[in-house]
Ligand binder design. Sequence first.
Ligand code: FAD
Length: 201
Amino acid sequence: MSQILFPTDTEGFSVSRKLDKLGNRCSDTAELSFVDARVPLSNTIGDAGRGFQQQMTQFQNERMIAAYSAAGSMDGALRRTADYLRERQAFGQPLLANQYIQFRLAELSAEVDLLRHYNYACADAYLRGDDTTRFATIAKLKAGRLQREIADWCLQFHGGVGYMEETWVSRYFRDSRLLSIGGGADEVMLQILARLDGFTA
Ligand SMILES: Cc1cc2nc3c(=O)[nH]c(=O)nc-3n(C[C@H](O)[C@H](O)[C@H](O)COP(=O)(O)OP(=O)(O)OC[C@H]3O[C@@H](n4cnc5c(N)ncnc54)[C@H](O)[C@@H]3O)c2cc1C
């Protein structure tokens, strides 16, 4: 496989279908069509035949960056949910007065903290020039799973209003689902990890 730069004004290229996504609707994702479209060989990116390896290197960065931004978004989602629960009165007191809710938010916040510090270690290793395959794999896997869990709890604690499109948390819930799929699914992260850590037959 090789990677090839393909200018979108090349004859034969078209965006054949814009895909209707569950979340992340602010960025469009589409099917691209190449009919008898040709570009010069000089448009090859990097080395011919090394496209897969080059893409894998890019993937390590993409996975790390995904985990970095996830930590920030999860922290924000927990804070916004706490703000809402402080305002929302039920049975004569703010919902946030419930110890169960306090403990759930505190524990999830602690999980975000663990991820954030793992991310710092990841970034340090990258800056040192180390191989970050294992770091990036773990960070992306754990970030994806945690973001799904946090989005679900934030929506749950908003109750019915959280199910409405007009409330930010419903969008957060939809958008959060991608992290466990995009950039390589959780199971692919586990496959890499199992191989790296010697858990294979
Ligand atoms: C919104 C969006 C944007 C995207 N943007 C890009 C982009 O910019 N660039 C790009 O290159 N790609 C992009 N992708 C593609 C994305 O990387 C793939 O969708 C993702 O890697 C999963 O591959 P797949 O969809 O082919 O799933 P499949 O390979 O069909 O897998 C389906 C499911 O099977 C399971 N599975 C897969 N492999 C294994 C295994 N080895 N062991 C056990 N279970 C397994 C997983 O649960 C997985 O989710 C995007 C996808 C989406 C949804």
